[in-house]
Design a protein around this ligand. Structure first.
Ligand code: ATP
Length: 246
């Protein structure tokens, strides 16, 4: 069964219709990038996937669960076990160490300290930030912060990772680094990945790309016919505006 099935999703915020009968399906183990103009509703779409925003119409099923129908008391536990979030600035708790940030979801899920910290240390090592496990989050570099954020997102082994502009605060080098890490997660950890990004270079790493335009999600060209994220077959060196989704 697909991990994500969205159909007829209609959502308003501040009196503005952001999503209009949007639809998308994401298969298990797939990575999908969602691009689109600023303010088009990409973060709102992620909030709907997470059941954090109740749509006016339509359905959102994640791992078979209708997220709009989740009762608040059950929603938090469902999110804890089903979703991992990665945000633009890592959004770690600054006074806690990398290991403490990573162990936190497991402690909240009721795991014992030994198991939670064991898992955290292992994930941080696997993601290349084992050396900073005991450093407070507020001294980490941007790239290290995002690696720790990914470790935290993976800690409960959720089937779906949602990333909202995960490279938005990084330079080019760190962006490449975090992209390699993020888009390698489905193969390495067996999860599904949905990434919201402005950056066509980031989107190009995904198995599929969707653009959110006028409230609807459109599939954009597959990788054939383009020379890569920085050029098209017809115009090498230019960014394909269709693929960029802007
Ligand atoms: N709680 C809210 N109440 C009212 N309006 C909101 C609320 N949250 C977001 N909006 C508005 O909804 C629109 C879409 O916001 P959203 O963050 O989903 O867009 P986005 O595509 O992710 O934008 P960006 O790429 O700039 O992050 C924006 O105009 C925003 O100001």
């Amino acid at each position: 069964a697909p991990t994500v099935v969205v159909s007829g999703l209609t959502c308003e915020l501040g009196g503005r219709a952001l999503l209009r009968e949007a639809r998308m399906t994401v298969r298990a183990g797939e990575s999908v990038a969602v691009t689109g103009p600023s303010g088009s509703g990409k973060s709102t779409l992620l909030a709907c996937l997470a059941g954090l925003h109740r749509p006016r119409a339509g359905t959102v099923r994640v791992c078979g669960t209708d997220t709009a129908a989740l009762r608040p008391a059950k929603a938090a536990a469902w999110r804890l076990n089903t979703l991992g979030f990665v945000y633009q600035f890592g959004e770690l708790l600054p006074e806690l160490s990398a290991a403490e940030n990573t162990a936190l979801p497991l402690l909240i899920a009721g795991k014992g300290r030994r198991e939670a910290y064991g898992t955290a240390q292992r994930l941080l090592r696997e993601l290349g930030v084992g050396a900073v496990a005991d450093a407070p989050a507020n001294v980490l570099s941007g790239g290290e912060r995002q690696r720790v954020a990914v470790a935290r997102a993976l800690s409960t082994r959720p089937p779906l990772i949602l990333a909202d502009e995960p490279t938005g605060a990084l330079d080019e080098h760190a962006t490449d680094d975090v992209c390699a890490l993020l888009f390698g997660l489905p193969a390495q950890y067996g999860c599904t990945l949905v990434v919201v990004t402005h950056n066509p270079v980031v989107a190009f790493h995904a198995d599929r790309r969707l653009v959110l335009r006028d409230g609807a999600l459109h599939e954009v060209g597959d990788h054939s016919g383009t020379t890569g994220p920085t050029g098209t077959a017809d115009h090498p060196g230019t960014i394909d505006p269709t693929a960029a989704g802007t």
